[in-house]
Write a protein that binds this ligand. Structure first.
Ligand code: FAD
Length: 428
């Protein structure tokens, strides 16, 4: 007998990293009722850039300006890469839908449709990325045109040095100035935190005091770069108001994790998804799942003990890798932690890593993960879908090395789109 107390959903998404959040958004946009379970994923660490494909082949460290041509070459070279399960038009549709969802929540991204953009890092190096937050976009243009520019850092902010950034850039960008300012109201602190400053700048009176600190340092600078602290939300308002107060355009530079742009992404998703009626089981985990996928799955959720049980017609597994907790490595092998799905991995632990840590070809362990069919369904040991209605998305998937390929967000977004599309197909 079914228990009438147990809530039923069309789909349960396991994981609240970028892949899980994107999957929930795609599913909610299809009108599905969604339950989402999981702690915050790696999204809090993200620079805020959304990469599609920045490097291929990784062994040659070949940096790509055209990520779409790069995807053609990648799927030829690595036919099991998750990108090979989708057409480029589907990947474009996934990005379009995701960016318009984020824009509707107030988080605007910019991109050059067919090309990567060159963006600054917190070290003063540059990287190729596909989508850049509104708050950083003027920095992309400045990096190209190199106008006289002031780079600011903030007294007490660890891991962000204007001088380090300008030292790295000055050979190609001669007109760079640096300055260190105190953040108003925090000048007595030995250490200041990005989230606190981002929160403070939401208030107009704090922006006025901040602008007063900045203005004396501008001199001939035509633009000002600063750490990513321009509001936890309402960033467009914060940026345009500060630009008026300071008198020149401004742009953010990513900081070390945990980052404000990552927090913004998470908050934007949560706001937008709540408005779509998604049920969150946040700061909890899926403890066990029953069902063979022919009927509803029954899913136990809690911290250590079951606190809720829900039913769902389908599941999207977006539980990440080792940090997220979707994969676990013991001394012998790598395991998938919820369904004990087979994990593609080297034959023995001795083969997990190459001899040199920085070997550009990467390490086999980084391509370990769950293998899927063309419908994003994890495979059992007999190479058949483990369950009819279990799908997987994100960094848990085998055959990607997103850190080296610079495809973290793209992999999460595209595979989430593919998983939801396949679930919709079996519902028809
Ligand atoms: C330092 C850092 C910087 C990055 N910078 C960028 C960048 O600049 N550009 C870019 O494109 N990408 C970047 N990324 C990568 C990107 O943000 C994503 O982390 C990556 O794509 C993986 O996302 P994911 O959702 O697959 O996994 P994760 O983010 O690891 O999320 C996994 C989720 O699964 C949940 N989970 C695990 N087990 C369970 C369970 N039993 N029950 C319920 N939930 C469970 C976890 O709680 C978590 O919510 C960066 C990542 C890091 C770590």
């Amino acid at each position: 007998m079914t228990n009438p107390q147990i809530k039923k959903y069309d789909i349960c998404i396991i994981g609240a990293g970028l892949a899980g959040l994107a999957a929930t958004m795609f599913a909610a946009n299809q009108g599905l009722s969604c339950a989402q379970v999981g702690h915050t994923g790696e999204i809090n660490f993200s620079s805020g850039h959304l990469d599609l494909l920045g490097v291929h082949p990784v062994g040659e460290k070949k940096v790509l300006t055209d990520p779409w041509a790069g995807i053609d070459a990648l799927v030829q070279a690595i036919p099991d890469h998750p990108y090979a399960k989708l057409s480029k038009e589907e990947i474009r549709t996934a990005f379009r839908e995701l960016l318009s969802f984020l824009k509707a929540t107030g988080l605007t991204y910019h991109r050059r449709m067919n090309h990567n953009s060159t963006a600054l890092t917190s070290l003063g190096t540059t990287r190729q990325t596909y989508c850049v937050p509104h708050t950083m976009w003027k920095g992309v243009a400045a990096l190209k045109k190199k106008p006289p520019c002031l780079i600011l850092d903030i007294r007490g902010l660890k891991g962000f040095s204007a001088r380090q950034i300008t030292t790295a850039l000055q050979r190609d960008w001669p007109n760079l100035l640096t300055a260190r300012i105190s953040f108003p109201g925090m000048d007595h602190l030995n250490e200041v935190y990005m989230e606190h400053m981002a929160n403070a700048l939401i208030l107009k009176e704090n922006r006025e005091k901040f602008a007063q600190e900045v203005r004396p340092h501008i001199k001939d600078s035509q633009i000002v770069g600063m750490p990513a602290i321009l509001g936890l939300y309402r960033t467009q308002e914060v940026v345009s108001d500060l630009e008026k107060l300071i008198g020149v355009p401004i742009f953010e530079i990513p900081t070390i994790p945990p980052s404000v742009p990552g927090l913004r992404l998470k908050e934007a998703f949560e706001r937008g998804l709540r408005a779509k009626g998604v049920q969150y089981f946040s700061q909890t985990r899926v403890l066990s799942v029953r069902g063979n996928g022919e009927r509803d799955f029954e899913i136990d959720i809690g911290r250590k003990m079951t606190e809720d049980t829900v039913q769902a017609r389908g599941i999207i597994l977006a539980s990440g890798r080792f940090i997220g907790g979707g994969l676990y490595a013991d001394r012998q092998r790598i395991k998938e932690t919820i369904f004990d799905l087979p994990v593609h991995q080297p034959g023995s632990r001795a083969e997990w890593h190459r001899r040199e840590m920085l070997d550009p070809r990467g390490h086999a362990v980084n391509r370990a993960g769950v293998e899927i069919d063309d419908a994003f369904r994890p495979l059992s040991s007999s190479r058949r879908p483990a369950f009819k209605a279990l799908f997987a998305a994100g960094s848990i998937l085998a055959h990607n090395d997103w850190k080296r390929m610079k495809c973290g967000a793209g992999l999460a977004i595209a595979s989430a789109f593919g998983a939801v599309k396949s679930f919709m197909n079996i519902c028809r």
